[in-house]
Design a protein around this ligand. Structure first.
Ligand SMILES: [Zn+2]
Length: 216
């Protein structure tokens, strides 16, 4: 169903064990006020090129984790069943589905202010789905009286992790710190929820797209 024809998104049925596992992880990892309700889960089958790029990188640095990524979407894919992924170069969700993650979309977008880029020009993930939801406001659509949103679930090759409790690292030359592949902002006095930042487009692979509603 991919616009470029070399990737696809499979709508998982209720019989799918993977669907159940992803939903359970999403709900357990919310850890914030509000009660999301999952409507659909798509499994992403990425293009061979994107998969290969990730596999090669993951093999070289290791430490692969499953993490959440909230971002914006321009089209109604995922929200409206009949809507296919779009081909817009600026639709973040569809670009990630078709071409993988890209630092091109870090910061300076309409929905992510630089203030939120604590650890520089990288690609941001969290183990806390409720935290990633803060970045997903640009995916929100009103349907049948509910606020619908979507969120990506990715495999992220963190490699050697630089852990910090600093609220931010502003010097781009230090990112990632020499000898490290990624930065993890740990929960502490400065940070309420964890963040994992990678600086290589090959370091993450989209695995699922979760479509959910936020109960008022
Ligand atoms: Zn789109």
């Amino acid at each position: 169903m991919g616009a470029t024809g070399d990737y696809s998104c499979l709508l998982l049925t209720r019989q799918s064990q993977e669907r159940e596992d992803v939903i359970n992880q999403f709900l357990r990892a919310w850890k914030k006020p509000g009660e999301p309700r999952v409507q659909r889960v798509y499994q992403v089958v990425p293009s061979p090129h994107v998969k290969e790029r990730f596999d090669r990188y993951a093999l070289s640095v290791g430490n692969v984790r499953r993490r959440f990524h909230g971002t914006s979407i321009e089209c109604d894919f995922g929200i409206d069943l009949g809507a296919p992924p779009c081909e817009s170069k600026t639709c973040r969700v569809c670009n990630i589905l078709s071409s993988g993650f890209s630092k091109r979309f870090a910061g300076n977008g309409p929905n992510i202010s630089l203030r939120r880029l604590r650890y520089g020009n990288g690609i941001y993930f969290s183990a806390t789905s409720g935290k990633s939801n803060d970045y997903a406001e640009g995916s929100e659509r009103e349907r049948r009286g509910h606020a619908w949103r979507c969120m990506l679930v990715a495999s992220v090759a963190a490699g050697k992790v630089f852990k910090t409790i600093e609220a931010e690292i502003l010097d781009e030359r230090l990112l990632p710190p020499r000898g490290y592949d990624s930065v993890v902002g740990e929960v502490g006095p400065n940070l309420n929820y964890d963040e994992l930042v990678v600086y290589n487009d090959a370091a993450a692979l989209p695995e699922f797209l979760i479509v959910y509603i936020l109960k008022a």
